[in-house]
Design a protein around this ligand. Structure first.
Ligand code: NAD
Length: 274
């Protein structure tokens, strides 16, 4: 399903006015927060992700009206490279070249490695890592030619450190950091930056599901998972917020982020300082 909505009249000049941002996995959680933060600064948005079609259309219309920007939506399944290619072509057709690419879509599965389903490994690697390769491959040459681009990969604290039972997720997120560094070096003199945001725990539908899965894997109650497992690693003892991740993405996309490239920015309450 691919639909666009025309921009409402009377947009003022904001730092990202005239820019186009494609945010993968932006029908929910962190991606939606990042899309909202970029739209607030004037960027046109291409949303992507799964969900109830009516809810997605309401989100698209709300973003367009509240922030006075163009908003389009692609329901591409990021585990399918040909669907990604179609999404990238669609984004260019409806909103012009992508200036800001946020690779955010991600899935999780928690199980001991001996019981980890092969299909889950393949799906996590495809969505959490390979999709970022495919989207970057599609936009980087044009960004470099145009002399501006911001690639923001939403990795994880699990791109920097590991936890048990998350083999595929940890491997994919470490891979995202390697991809981030390589892209940054290839684009270094071109005005295009590439960075990874590494959140600790942020309360989103993905984490809600994980709480249930961890409770099963460890054989403990859900509230114990929050206090004794998730926030045990996070020294500030609170979930990071979607708004905090959105604010960092806005900074990286703006002029202040011009010399920040090839790095990972932890938003984890001190977790990876251990
Ligand atoms: P979420 O489940 O709320 O959102 C995930 C988004 O990805 C949704 O829009 C979903 O529809 C989309 N998606 C999933 N599979 C897809 C596919 N095959 N094709 C297209 N879209 C797909 O999750 P979230 O917590 O907001 O996570 C967003 C990103 O942040 C993920 O990469 C995740 O690994 C990362 N992250 C989250 C946390 C956290 O605590 N929530 C911490 C660190 C990193």
């Amino acid at each position: 399903m691919q639909i666009t909505l025309p921009q409402a009249a009377g947009a003022g000049v904001r730092p990202l006015s005239g820019k186009t941002a494609l945010v993968t996995g932006s029908t929910s959680g962190i991606g939606l927060g990042v899309a909202e933060a970029l739209a607030e600064q004037g960027a046109g948005i291409v949303l992507n992700g799964f969900g109830d079609p009516q809810t997605i259309m309401r989100t698209r219309d709300r973003l367009a009206m509240e922030h006075n920007v163009e908003v389009a939506y692609s329901g591409a399944d990021l585990s399918d490279p040909s669907a990604i290619a179609e999404m990238m072509a669609y984004a260019r057709d409806v909103l012009g070249p992508v200036d800001i690419l946020v690779n955010n879509a991600g899935i999780q599965y928690v199980a001991p490695i001996g019981e980890f389903p092969t299909a889950k490994w393949d799906a996590i690697l495809a969505v959490n890592l390979s999709s970022a390769f495919h989207t970057i491959r599609a936009v980087l040459p044009e960004m470099m030619q145009r002399g501006y681009g911001r690639i923001i990969n939403v990795a994880s604290a699990h791109g920097l450190v590991a936890s048990p039972f998350k083999s595929a997720y940890v491997a994919a997120k470490h891979g995202v950091l390697g991809l981030t560094k390589t892209v940054a070096l290839e684009a270094a003199t071109s005005g295009v930056t590439c960075n990874a945001i590494c959140p600790g725990y942020v309360f989103t539908p993905l984490v809600e599901k994980q709480i249930e899965e961890q409770a099963r894997a460890h054989g403990i109650a859900a509230d114990k998972v929050v206090t004794d497992i998730l926030l045990a690693s996070q020294p500030n003892k609170r979930f990071a917020t979607i708004e905090e991740i959105g604010a960092l993405a806005v900074f990286l996309a703006g002029p202040g982020g011009a010399s920040i490239t090839g790095t990972s920015l932890a938003v984890d309450g001190g977790w990876t300082a251990h």
